[in-house]
Design a protein. Structure first.
Length: 143
């Protein structure tokens, strides 16, 4: 994504897109989640965020783009170029795909890497590195 914007900044025009790409990001739990064993306070202005899965898509040609967060799904017919889409976050893994002519040309599923949870848990006992149970940072996956 940086290459796309850096070239536009340097030259004044956006580069041609040579490969389909998608970046997906969401937080690990709802903004108002109640942790099992709180070790940190909510950050200032926590209530102003939203509970969404976002996707930024760079397409070489028009395509159907599907994304999911748990049981929530969305589908868009997008033009070539840059598009941003979102759906409400739900418990489970996240992912998506790009289809042309009914065939999947790219796909991503966070299974085994990330899962959105309704109730944050204290990871300090199960991980070597202590981690706060309230986490307002975004997790990013890409294809």
């Amino acid at each position: 994504m940086i290459r796309y914007y850096a070239q536009a900044f340097k030259t004044g025009s956006y580069p041609d897109i040579s490969v389909d790409q998608m970046w997906l990001w969401t937080r690990p739990h709802p903004k108002a989640a109640n942790p099992t064993a709180p070790t940190a306070q909510r950050p200032d202005h926590w209530e102003t965020t939203d509970d969404k899965l976002y996707a930024l898509v760079l397409l070489t040609a028009p395509a159907t783009v599907n994304v999911f967060s748990g049981i929530n799904q969305g589908s868009w017919s997008l033009p070539a170029g840059l598009s941003k889409i979102s759906i409400s976050s739900a418990v489970g893994t996240i992912g998506g795909d790009v289809k042309r002519g009914g065939k999947v040309v790219k796909s991503f599923d966070s299974a085994g890497q990330f899962s959105y949870t309704a109730t944050p848990v204290d990871f300090s006992e199960s991980c070597l590195r202590r981690r706060a149970d309230l986490d307002y940072n975004y997790w990013l996956g890409s294809m």
